[in-house]
Design a protein around this ligand. Structure first.
Ligand code: ADP
Length: 565
């Protein structure tokens, strides 16, 4: 491993002239542990509040987190964890998970956050693929590990993230107690210095087909992403913010909040296992949350709950909505009914995840409701540090006119340049990453997702955006959730099929096929209107809350062929 040289550039530079002239600045390497050291020293009144998995609320400050994190780093060393080793977590958003983020990466090892919502076979695959040495697990997920333990023989031990009183009876071998590990250690730890490109964190994309792919973040990418994402022109975090990341720490590091909030001096509200509307509302209301982050399905649950109890979101200034397209109806409800500014955002695991956001601008704040809604339905403009372009199938650049759409390509300091232990380089071309999304970019630089390239519907040689149809459909007052897929059609290759989950208690007649088609009629071109509407009790989702369209397509593959015969 390369050792950074502090002041080395200064010595080298004195003799240089011309094109190879270097700046004369310190070569201090970026390191994740420095974030917590900084927050502990200077962000002294910020709080970290957790709804504990064992019940009750836990609260402490960054300096308490730092001391425990150092104890944990000592404990990891005592367990035989070395630099570069992978340490897995199967855990909710809690203060203990935060400690693991810093202790594991800070000591030079790699934190691998496993998504417990993956299928058992995928969990087995990624733990083995990552060669995880230890797994830290919340009580909730102990049974899940018990079921797969025979298939992950190289894991040396399992640490349950609780105290002795709550330790479960478990068949897991080499079972350790988190609080006991910490209690045995000193709160002094000298963080090692290493190259900022050293691996720090590992996340696997859930992947709707094939095996999950590992994205390996570095200290440098993580710190740069954190500095950039907390700004007012991004996720808008500051010392007065009390940020509630509903997006899980097992899904792209809770969009980087565990790193960006301490830099910004914000308080963090960790929801633990309470992701339902009632639990979230209790935390938001009780702890006066100012900033929320999460995927649309979570907000659907929250808004329905607040409507039902006639609650309010008076403390909340903004909500970052990403992971899937935010429907206009949802953004209007946040904005008009609850006075919360919705920040539509787009990103992906390969981008740490932040790519672009639709933030407040003078124009947007003055615009009438329709203009504002039209802009906010776009995913936004890139933050500094991310470049975007759209290309055709030959990778030729397409115009930014808001109409032409193509494959969305990105590059930047926190964008992956390959997958971990994976030779497939098809998405990495000429220094750019092909996101697999199809989008437009307008003259002002706003990017709008049209579809995942594999979900776009090809009807008679023209393309139809499944996302746009879904967004309109959920605007119907009786619709809880909508899914549009392209289904083989004898005449048009593919035609859109709309699946709908009705809101509870809605009479069937109010939400009939005719009612829905009639509702869509003045919103999209006639040939976009789905040929059929199917009502279902529930829709399948991926481990990260996205619609699992492969499953829907497979189930309804013959729908139009059968109707035609
Ligand atoms: P996964 O959920 O598959 O593990 P990601 O979280 O990385 O992976 O998903 C990234 C994808 O989610 C993007 O490529 C895009 O298709 C979709 N996505 C993210 N944000 C938005 C958004 N605001 N609107 C539409 N699609 C989005």
């Amino acid at each position: 491993m390369q050792t950074p040289s502090f002041g080395g550039a200064l010595n080298n530079n004195n003799s240089r002239t011309g094109a190879d002239m270097l700046g004369i600045m310190m070569d201090k390497q970026l390191n994740i542990a420095d974030i917590l050291e900084y927050a502990a020293q200077y962000n002294t009144d910020a709080e970290i509040v957790t709804r504990q998995v064992e019940g009750g609320i836990h609260r402490y400050r960054y300096k308490d987190a730092l001391l425990r994190t150092r104890q944990l780093a000592n404990a990891l060393r005592a367990l035989g964890v070395h630099q570069g080793d992978r340490v897995a977590t199967l855990a909710w958003n809690t203060y203990r998970h935060l400690e693991l983020y810093y202790a594991v990466s800070g000591m030079g090892a790699v934190i691998h956050t496993v998504n417990p919502r993956l299928f058992a076979e995928q969990i087995i695959y990624i733990i083995n693929h990552a060669e995880d040495k230890y797994v830290f697990v919340d009580l909730t997920f102990v049974p899940l590990l018990e079921a797969v333990q025979d298939h992950i023989p190289d894991v040396k031990g399992f640490v349950v993230m609780t105290d002795r009183a709550h330790m479960p009876n478990s068949s897991l071998s080499n079972l350790l107690c988190y609080e006991e590990l910490l209690a045995a250690q000193s709160p002094h730890f000298d963080w090692p210095e290493f190259d900022e490109k050293t691996a720090a964190g590992l996340c696997y994309t859930s992947g709707t087909t094939g095996n999950p792919k590992g994205v390996m973040y570095s200290h440098r990418s993580t710190v740069l992403h954190a500095i950039s994402s907390c700004r007012a022109s991004a996720m808008n975090l500051g010392p007065l913010s009390r940020v509630l990341p509903v997006v899980p720490m097992f899904h792209v590091c809770a969009w980087g909040v565990p790193y960006s909030a301490p830099i910004a001096g914000s308080s963090i509200l960790f929801p633990g296992a309470g992701m339902d509307g009632a639990s979230l509302y209790a935390l938001i209301d009780g702890e006066k949350a100012t900033s929320l982050l999460g995927v649309p399905t979570v907000w659907l649950g929250l808004l329905n709950y607040i409507d039902s109890v006639k609650g309010n979101l008076d403390s909340v200034e903004n909500v970052v909505i990403g992971g899937s397209a935010a429907p206009r109806s949802m953004m209007e409800k946040f904005h008009d009914k609850y006075g919360v500014f919705p920040i539509h955002a787009w990103g992906m695991t390969e981008m740490s995840p932040m790519g672009c956001l639709c933030v407040k601008t003078p124009f947007l704040m003055k615009a009438d409701a329709d203009t504002r809604a039209a802009i906010q339905s776009k995913q936004g403009r890139p933050v500094f540090g991310v470049e975007m372009k759209i290309v055709d199938d030959q990778d030729r650049e397409l115009p930014h006119d808001g109409k032409t759409f193509g494959r969305l390509m990105v590059r930047g300091s926190w964008v992956a340049s390959g997958y971990y232990k994976n030779d497939d380089r098809s998405a990495f071309r000429a220094g750019w990453f092909d996101t697999g999304d199809v989008s437009t970019i307008d003259a002002d630089g706003y990017m709008q997702i049209v579809d995942r390239s594999k979900d776009v519907i090809k009807s008679g040689g023209e393309w139809i955006s499944s996302i746009e149809l879904e967004n309109y459909a959920v605007g119907h007052p009786a619709v809880a959730e909508a899914c549009v897929v392209g289904v083989p059609h004898p005449k048009w290759d593919e035609r859109p099929l709309l699946l709908i989950v009705r809101k509870q208690g809605v009479p069937d007649a109010e939400c009939s096929k005719e009612a829905i088609i009639g509702y869509l009629a003045d919103k999209v071109a006639r040939w976009w209107i789905p040929d059929d509407v199917v009502f279902v009790d529930a829709l399948p989702h991926t481990a990260t809350g996205k619609l699992l369209k492969t499953e829907v397509r497979a189930k309804f593959e013959k729908h139009y062929l059968d109707l035609a015969s």
